[in-house]
Design a protein around this ligand. Structure first.
Ligand code: OGA
Ligand code: MN
Length: 291
């Protein structure tokens, strides 16, 4: 089969044709997908009716799987241990009640973010598989952090070049009024991330923004928070955003080093069964605080 990559916009997002992700890929096919990721940062594969095991096997073409510890408050396992359950479903496959704490936690995914920016070594790729989708809404939006960086003037680029932020889920979920118990807080200690990232292969700079970012080292908190809000507003202008409208059995891969994303509203009495595998990053973006 010939693999083709059809751009969605000039810069961000492309649809990949000619691959059956249930089967092992050849090294050439993996290289084609990787090159597509470097260029478009978001790739869409339609018609991929995957099992959890097939999704994991495909994901491992791109690196090690990221561990799940400290990622979610869910304890029960509806899905394979290596999969992040980002559905709205409990263990009986019923949508969460409106007041379910797991639902509140999931609402954090509706804030713009980059996956695992709260880990010292943050994620490389995320792969999200749509097993079932609601009849309307529930898009996932992606924002191009390379374009957002490129659009800044030289004075701003100089100002942000060496900034380091603190990221934690306590900051992102906290914005929604979500509170954590002591044990959870212990797992969610802030980590340090550079504010500007350089892509290891194409050398492009991007803004490493995420709602998990809550402080800037050396800055007063109100000034830092305001700055981060303003940068988030800059980086998510519609000209930098692509909205993915899901079809059942889509698989979408995004590069967390070059993009942010967020989930959009839908009727939560309907099932939205989304499952994510996460490929671990290869390096920290900043030195961590000594323990
Ligand atoms: C995720 C995520 C958004 C969505 O899986 O990391 O943020 O639309 N998902 O479900
Ligand atoms: Mn996410």
């Amino acid at each position: 089969m010939t693999v083709t990559i059809e751009p969605i916009t000039d810069q961000l997002g492309a649809v990949v044709h000619g691959l059956d992700l249930r089967k092992p890929l050849t090294p050439d096919e993996v290289a084609t997908v990787d090159a597509g990721m470097d260029k478009y940062a978001v790739l869409v594969f339609h018609g991929q009716d995957l099992t959890d095991e097939q999704q994991i096997a495909f994901s491992m073409n791109f690196g090690e799987m990221e561990g799940k510890k400290g990622g979610n408050i869910r304890t029960e396992e509806r899905v394979n241990q290596q999969i992040n359950d980002v559905s709205n479903l409990d263990n009986n496959n019923k949508p969460f009640e409106r007041t379910d704490r797991r639902r509140f936690f999931n609402l954090g995914n509706h804030l713009w973010h980059s996956d695992s920016s709260f880990r010292a070594t943050p994620a490389k790729y995320s792969l999200l598989s749509a097993r079932s989708i609601p009849s309307a809404g529930g898009n996932t939006e992606f924002a191009d952090m390379r374009a957002a960086y490129d659009a800044l003037d030289d004075a701003m680029k100089a100002k942000i070049d060496d900034l380091v932020c603190e990221h934690s889920q306590i900051y992102s979920r906290g914005k929604l009024g979500f509170t954590f118990d002591d044990e959870e807080i212990g797992l969610m200690k802030p980590v340090r991330q550079s504010f500007v990232r350089v892509h290891p292969k194409n050398g492009r700079k991007s803004l490493y923004l995420s709602s998990h970012a809550g402080r800037i080292l050396g800055w007063p908190d109100p000034e830092a928070r305001l700055f981060l809000l303003n940068m988030l507003e800059h980086g998510t202008q519609r000209k930098f955003v692509h909205a993915h409208q899901w079809q059942q059995h889509d698989l979408v891969i995004w590069d967390n080093r070059q993009t942010m994303h967020r989930a959009r509203d839908y009727d939560e009495t309907q099932k939205r069964d989304m499952r994510r595998t996460t490929v671990a990053g290869e390096a920290m973006t900043a030195a961590q605080e000594a323990a």
